[in-house]
Design a protein around this ligand. Structure first.
Ligand code: P6P
Length: 336
């Protein structure tokens, strides 16, 4: 029986290797504890008063689920006292969340989508939490970070990850040395290192897209998806399979586990807002994970991690996963 390695042991080894500072290790341990608490609430379902709408809207103007609000509060409360953060930003909060004045501040900025895919909660389908860690550019200064200090390209992230609340609760993260997965052992409440160096094959036969939007897509995406659907009778000469969970964390986790391509492209419905998915706390953390696993992530034209953000809740088109397919779709955009 192979010796089990805990998340803490993994992070201490990363710290000894000089890849993780003590403060970043604390940050990741605190986020791991917070996602365990979120997972407990998610798994209660109808047994507790956590399903359904909260009766409020978030900054995106979307109706908040009760669990969106619960997950957001768990992450804010867990992270504000430790002294490792200078400020936080959440999909569920319009402005930057400052660390209360009576707590010490640290050198990192934490961004998160506390509960992604929450439209799936009431039907008991996998949802997740996505997080991104940036350096505080004002480190050492007394000033509180403002939104501008968060607006760093995704390549500046020092860590990123997600939790997936599915048949098992898993935590997947990178600190810049590959992608590593941990499974929650509910019997003793700890994350066990189960997926070392997750990698994405360059080729795949599986694609993920909300195909009901086909008439709204741009020509390069219409061309690409039509070729996949023609299968071995079309120019690709082989058959493809489609999956769409409508929970980005679940679709990305499948791709990190067995390959695939995920697309939420610009379409006529979301063009005015710049896309459907959010750059800072959905696309950027996922793009870092995908690249660290050997995949690629673009908005159809450029690398997601190179996009210079201009606002905190900015949206973006997302095409990510197996490198050969992402490069093909991106080349169709460049040809158009
Ligand atoms: P659609 C969930 O609301 C989300 O932000 C992502 O997790 C998911 O990939 C996408 O939206 C689903 O969008 O249009 O298929 O409902």
């Amino acid at each position: 029986m192979q010796k089990r390695v805990s998340l803490t042991q993994f992070l201490i080894a990363e710290q000894r290797a000089g890849r993780v500072s003590p403060d970043l290790r604390l940050l990741l341990e605190v986020v791991a504890r917070a996602v365990k608490a979120i997972g407990v609430n998610v798994s209660k379902g109808a047994l507790a008063d956590v399903l359904g709408d909260a009766g409020t809207d978030n900054v995106q103007g979307e109706a908040q689920k009760k669990l969106d609000v619960i997950a957001n509060e768990i992450l804010l409360e867990a992270n504000e006292w430790g002294g490792h953060l200078a400020a936080m930003a959440s999909e569920e909060v319009e402005t930057v969340h400052q660390i209360p004045f009576d707590y010490p501040k640290g050198g990192f900025l934490l961004l998160f989508d506390p509960l992604d895919g929450s439209s799936n909660i009431d039907i008991n389908v996998t949802v997740g939490t996505i997080f991104s860690v940036l350096k505080n550019p004002l480190a050492g200064q007394a000033k509180d970070p403002t939104e501008r200090d968060f607006l760093q390209p995704g390549r500046e992230q020092v860590a990123a990850g997600y939790a997936t609340y599915g048949p098992s609760t898993q935590l997947v993260l990178t600190v810049g040395n590959g992608v590593h997965g941990f499974t929650l052992d509910r019997e003793f409440g700890g994350f066990v290192y189960t997926h070392p160096f997750m990698t994405i094959p360059a080729a795949t036969h599986e694609f993920a897209i909300n195909a009901s939007n086909v008439r709204y897509w741009e020509k390069p995406v219409q061309r690409y998806i039509a070729e996949l659907q023609q299968g071995k009778d079309g120019p690709r000469g082989e058959d493809f399979n489609m999956r769409w969970v409508a929970s980005m964390v679940a679709d990305v986790h499948r791709i990190l586990t067995r390959g695939g391509i995920f697309l939420y492209p610009l379409d006529d419905k979301t063009r005015a807002q710049g896309g459907k998915l959010r750059l800072m706390y959905e696309a950027n953390p996922m793009a870092l994970l995908i690249e660290q696993a050997g995949g690629a992530a673009t908005n159809g034209h450029e690398r997601i991690l190179d996009i210079k953000p201009h606002k905190l809740h900015q949206r973006v088109a997302v095409i990510l996963g197996s490198k050969n397919e992402v490069e093909r779709v991106t080349s169709y955009h460049h040809e158009a």
